[in-house]
Design a binder for this molecule. Structure first.
Ligand code: SF4
Length: 322
């Protein structure tokens, strides 16, 4: 039997009004301008699994992450977290936390690490007794590979990888069920990246965490994800089990993205570059939004937008696949 669903997103839309001020518009005759950051995204994530969301900068993946954790309200659509079993056997509202790209910017430099990790425990009143809070902080720091004595130090005393461990400890302090990880390793050295990813995998196995992993690094996503969603101009263009998508991508954009991954087995293989820039989400091209960059575009691609449709266990938005 498959795992229960942890998160359901249905037709999520996030628009930003980037128009000039009203008076300027009246005087200049300029039209209203709307940036479609997320443009009708639907998916589910099962408990204990990792969904990797991949796309170039500006495709809307970080806005989607912020919507899931509640930092950005959706303009339309629904995002629903299913109740999770608690330690006492009851069902409770799931807790969602975010791990940010820059661990230093997300930690208060004036607070000691112990207070940073203890803050959500105190705010959510998860433990009443201060001695129990301190014991829990020490346990969390050891869980993420730090020492209990590190609670007395300030964030600036730690390396980038250690700061990301503190961020993870703080997220776990809330007894989070779902972690939204927005480029969690892209600010770190390559050797440290592997340590943080391995830590995340271990914690997922031990605690049954559900991850939404946002990244432009395809190697990281491949290493971590059970399922993958390829995002382009605010929409998913291909979704499916990560291994299947990496082995045989169907959407032309996915194929070109995967071409960019270095292959040490075939360093001299012919690679087709992904040319052109991502079009503006304020003024997306008509028809298939990928057609200005697609080597297989046909006339129909310029006239109508392909819907995301099921094809053999995957979903793909491309006329050619249909
Ligand atoms: Fe390319 Fe046309 Fe498919 Fe869009 S619908 S990805 S333009 S072939």
């Amino acid at each position: 039997m498959s795992d229960p669903i942890a998160l359901t997103v249905q037709d999520a839309v996030c628009l930003f009004d980037v128009s000039p001020p009203f008076l300027d518009r009246v005087l200049s005759g300029a039209r209203r301008r709307v940036l479609r950051a997320v443009d009708g995204v639907s998916f589910t994530v099962r408990r204990g699994r990792t969904l990797g969301v991949v796309g170039e900068s500006g495709c809307g993946k970080s806005t989607l992450a912020r919507m899931i954790v509640g930092l950005q309200p959706p303009t339309a659509g629904t995002l629903r977290l299913e109740d999770m079993p608690r330690a006492d056997g009851s069902l409770g509202r799931p807790r969602v936390q975010m791990i940010f790209q820059d661990p230093y910017a997300s930690l208060n430099p004036r607070w000691r690490v112990g207070d940073i990790v203890a803050e959500p425990i105190r705010e959510l009143k998860l433990l009443q007794d201060e001695a129990a809070v301190q014991a829990r902080v020490a346990q969390l720091l050891e869980t993420v590979g730090l020492a209990a004595a590190d609670a007395a130090r300030f964030p600036h005393a730690f390396s980038g990888g250690q700061r990301q461990r503190i961020s993870i400890a703080r997220a776990l302090a809330t007894e989070a069920d779902v972690l939204v990880c927005d480029e969690p390793t892209s600010a770190l050295d390559v050797s440290v990246q592997a340590q943080i990813l391995n830590l995340m995998r271990r914690l997922q196995a031990e605690l049954g965490l559900t991850y939404i992993l946002i990244s432009h690094n395809l190697s990281v996503v491949r290493h971590m994800s059970d399922d993958i969603a390829i995002m382009y101009l605010g929409r998913f263009v291909e979704t499916g089990p990560a291994e299947e998508v990496f082995a045989a991508p169907r959407h032309p954009y996915t194929r070109l993205l995967l071409e960019t991954i270095p292959d040490v087995q075939r360093p001299n293989r012919d690679r087709q570059p992904l040319s052109g820039e991502v079009p503006s989400p304020i003024d997306p091209p008509p028809g298939c939004p990928f057609h200005p960059r697609c080597p297989q575009a046909e006339t129909a691609c310029r006239e109508a937008r392909p819907a995301l449709e099921a094809h053999g266990g995957r979903e793909v938005a491309c006329f050619l696949v249909r």
